[in-house]
Design a protein. Structure first.
Length: 120
């Protein structure tokens, strides 16, 4: 079975604390990385956490470390793919389409937004 959420998809956080309370629910961002083994996705600008990095030195002698703010992975059930037509979260489906390429017909599986029917 193909993945419903892929790298580069625009997704929206559908669960968690509201934005008024400092949460990420309702925010949209692009998927940076997918972790299929852990069922998690890394979304740009979402679920930012403070990370304390031990001080060190690079080869050039510059200091590294300190407090950094980085994105942490979210569970895939907490995000939904955004429909390109309505800009709202939607479910993802799969359908087979026949495409003519170089004079031959090929069957291709396509992901589509169930709300509008548009291909993703």
């Amino acid at each position: 079975m193909g993945a419903k959420i892929k790298k580069g998809d625009l997704v929206q956080v559908i669960t968690g604390a509201r934005q008024e309370r400092g949460g990420d629910r309702g925010k949209q961002g692009k998927v940076l990385k997918v972790f299929p083994d852990a069922n998690r996705v890394l979304v740009e600008g979402i679920n930012r956490v403070t990370k304390h990095v031990k001080a060190g030195q690079t080869d050039r002698g510059t200091k590294t470390g300190g407090i950094q703010v980085v994105e942490a992975p979210l569970h895939v059930s907490n995000v939904a793919v955004v429909d390109p037509e309505t800009n709202k979260p939607t479910r993802v489906g799969f359908r087979e389409e026949t495409v003519e390429k170089d004079g031959e017909k090929k069957t291709v599986r396509v992901r589509y937004a169930k709300a509008s029917g548009k291909a993703l």
